[in-house]
Ligand binder design. Structure first.
Ligand code: ASP
Ligand code: MG
Length: 424
């Protein structure tokens, strides 16, 4: 008997009909001889709606109470799914994250899983029940308060449970057919990637692909949990995220240099101008940012030309930009720079693939594809398996398509992929 974890996103449980459809799939999986643990998201836009409601009563709601509120969304869908399974003649028990033994830090809104004590889940499985666990939530080890793990983190709950339960694999059901070589809404010739390795999936998720929560992929890699991302609206195979794909390079072509193209419109670029070109000044700039607990992504420092100052540019989440700039302004005298400017009309485009490790010329091919269509690059960063550029926000769609074509990823049929989903 195999033990499997199935996670269903908000769009898969948006209404009563969808919940019934999920119940059918879950019961079928059990009838095929599996022990089934289901992780569920809140129905449709429920989490956003609860957030809006909170904002209306308090623009700055206390984290503890926000978590009390938001966890209710998953609790509703979990209980409804248990009822729908009961209606099909099988038995199910639903648990909150706390009841399921998801132990976390006390960081409300962004808690981390410390431990999973799945005793109740295991005994319910032993009694032949389907177990349903409310996603993206747990209980803080110290305070015993209810916590949430961050937006989109039901994926992480699912993979963490799969690891703790020794499940054979974890299925992530969503409203798209899997992981694509680019966002099909921008690149209609994108195709589904049948298999991808953890490293590439991590880079895709960290660089703007929203299909899987980043921490879910980190967890899956660390615990070596195979993850199958697929549509709850069809029976088609989706994308397997695994340690070693048995089809090379993301499974599309024998010799693919690139597995996928990701883009991210959520960042902004900040430039600190006139920084004295002396040891310790760059460190001071980033100490200020670090003290604010702001993550930065790319960094570029221009060499000083005429005077002995430099300009330091970095990218960060646009949401963090106001805080970061304010913090730097307060330290302006001390650091001795002359000005701060920013640009929030930027986007990041990344080409990702383990194939580039062993093939020279990937950068040249990427950059000349952009040059051919007149796109200017303002920043560049690389990892062993990724090349990212910052370009103007309006240039992002064309840049994604150009890279996709340049690396031979366009689907041969030339047909647009039918894509209506949101990846939730
Ligand atoms: N419902 C939560 C959210 O919308 C968690 C999730 O769906 O993964 O972020
Ligand atoms: Mg999601």
């Amino acid at each position: 008997m195999a033990r499997v974890v199935q996670k269903f996103g908000g769009s898969s449980v948006a209404d009563a009909e969808s919940i019934a459809r999920v119940a059918r799939r879950v019961v079928e999986t059990q009838q095929e001889g599996n022990e089934v643990v289901v992780v569920i998201s809140a129905m449709g836009d429920a989490t956003d709606d609860l957030m809006d409601l909170a904002q209306r009563v308090n623009p700055n709601p206390p984290g503890r109470e926000l978590d009390m509120l938001l966890t209710a969304g998953e609790r509703i869908s979990a209980a409804l799914l248990a009822m729908a399974i009961d209606a099909r003649g099988a038995t199910a028990v639903s648990y909150t994250g706390s009841q399921a033994g998801v132990i976390t830090t006390a960081a409300h809104g962004n808690a981390r899983i410390i431990d999973i004590t799945p005793g109740r889940i295991v005994s319910a499985l032993n009694q032949g029940h389907v177990v349903i666990v409310a996603g993206f939530q747990g209980v803080a080890q110290d305070t015993k308060d209810v916590t949430t793990l961050g937006r989109g983190a039901s994926d992480t709950t699912a993979v963490a449970l799969a690891a703790a339960l020794g499940a054979e694999y974890c299925e992530i059901y969503t409203d798209v057919d899997g992981v694509f070589t680019a966002d099909p809404r921008i690149a209609p010739q994108a195709r589904r990637i049948p298999q991808i390795n953890y490293e590439e999936m991590l880079e895709l998720a960290a660089n703007g692909a929203k299909i899987l929560h980043l921490r879910c992929v980190e967890y899956a890699r660390r615990e070596q949990v195979p993850v199958h991302v697929r549509s709850s609206f069809s029976d088609q195979p989706g994308t397997w995220v695994v340690a070693a794909p048995d089809i090379p390079s993301g499974g599309i072509m024998e010799d693919a240099l690139i597995t996928g193209v990701a883009h991210d419109l959520s960042e902004a670029k900040v430039t600190v101008v006139g920084v004295p070109d002396r040891p310790g000044r760059a460190a001071r700039v980033f100490e200020v940012i670090a003290a604010l607990d702001v993550n930065i992504d790319m960094i570029v420092q221009n060499a000083s030309v005429s005077d002995d100052t430099t300009a330091i540019s970095f990218t960060l989440a646009d949401a963090d930009r106001p805080r970061a700039i304010e913090g730097l302004r307060l330290a302006q005298r001390d650091i001795g720079f002359t000005d701060i400017i920013y640009d929030d009309m930027i986007g990041k485009v990344s080409v990702i693939g383990v194939g580039m490790r062993s093939h020279p010329g990937v950068t040249a091919r990427f950059f000349s594809a952009l040059a051919t269509i007149g796109i200017n690059i303002s920043m560049i960063a690389t990892s062993e398996i990724r090349i990212s550029v910052v370009v103007g926000e309006d240039d992002v769609p064309a840049a994604v398509r150009a890279a996709h074509t340049a690396f031979g990823l366009d689907s041969e049929s030339g047909e647009a992929v039918v894509y209506a989903g949101t990846g939730r």
